[in-house]
Design a protein around this ligand. Structure first.
Ligand SMILES: C[S@@+](CC[C@H](N)C(=O)[O-])C[C@H]1O[C@@H](n2cnc3c(N)ncnc32)[C@H](O)[C@@H]1O
Length: 279
């Protein structure tokens, strides 16, 4: 089992994301050109980021607008505070990342879906080559600004349509965004598809409905919760989505990943799903 480094940033060393990329429309290997050699679909590569995204719909549109806009910058300190309360940022993140580290070789090829600014990179072993995708382009730019070695290893893409060949990665994970993905089934299937058989796929987030555990909901006045969530910096559209949405994690896991393990993290305020490659 590889051990995580003491908070060093994992710097990719081998290949770029284009070596692993496949066309979203026809599945052909992309290679170095600006378009799919088979069907001609365009895949611009700008600022070290492969662009493999179409028009966003549903929750993905709301979520991308939030993470690309000022709402996320306002809310960020509260997220950091939440993790500190879980025993510190490192401890809170290692509750999830440790499930990925049981790989029996050092030169791991990993994919983080919804990589954001790359906060998890410093907790991963330095020998790993990490790639990332996100629907918010500004987060990918921020990831490169903070971790210059990530240029060439990121794709602007949706979890529900990953622009990679089957079994391209040894491990794959998503932390902190899954609950509001537009299509959970598609995302779970895609993450499994791009990970080799036997490689772990890990999904972790706050428990669905956490936002509805506020005082306003308890006293039958949900607008109060919408009000204070807005004060924390969240966009109105994001708050409406969060308060009006639920996901049946148990049913979803049984349907799509029947062999997956599920456990609580963050003192019961979060969940972690682990698919070790059997389904
Ligand atoms: C709370 S941030 C977490 C970032 C990082 N994973 C971390 O642990 O710090 C959630 C990220 O997931 C991304 N995201 C949300 N829905 C997504 C989707 N459907 N496909 C790809 N990325 C998504 C967001 O844009 C955002 O950057």
């Amino acid at each position: 089992m590889s051990q995580p480094s003491a908070e060093t940033t994992s710097t990719p060393t081998a290949g770029t994301i284009r070596d692993l990329a496949a066309c979203l429309d026809c599945g052909s290997r992309l290679g170095e050109g600006p378009a799919c050699p088979q069907c001609g679909r365009a895949y611009p590569f700008r600022g070290g980021i492969l662009e493999a995204i179409g028009p966003l719909a549903g929750r993905n549109r709301t979520v991308a607008a939030f993470y690309d806009g000022p709402g996320w910058r306002r809310f960020r300190p509260w997220e950091q505070g939440f993790l500190v309360l879980q025993g510190g940022v490192r401890r809170a993140r290692m509750q999830i990342l440790r499930d990925l580290l049981e790989v029996d070789r050092p030169d791991v090829m990993g994919l983080e879906v919804g990589i954001g600014d790359g906060e998890n990179l410093r907790f991963l072993p330095p020998g790993w080559t990490v790639h990332g995708v996100d629907i918010a382009r500004t987060r990918l730019e921020a990831c490169i600004a903070r971790n210059p070695g990530m240029a060439g290893h990121l794709a602007w893409a949706e979890a529900e349509r990953l622009p990679f060949e089957d079994a391209a990665f040894d491990v794959c994970w998503t932390i902190g965004g899954f609950t509001y993905f537009r299509d959970h089934e598609a995302a779970l299937r895609e993450m499994r598809r791009v990970t080799r058989p036997g490689g772990a796929v890990v999904v972790a987030d706050e428990i669905p409905g956490l936002h509805r555990a506020g005082l306003g909901h308890l006293i039958g006045f949900p607008k109060f919760d919408a009000w204070w969530l807005g004060l924390l910096g969240l966009d109105r559209e994001f708050v409406e989505m969060a308060l009006g949405f639920d996901v049946d994690l148990v049913g979803l896991t049984q349907r799509v990943w029947p062999g997956a393990e599920r456990h609580r993290i963050w003192h019961g305020l979060g969940y972690c799903l682990i698919n070790r490659g059997g389904s």
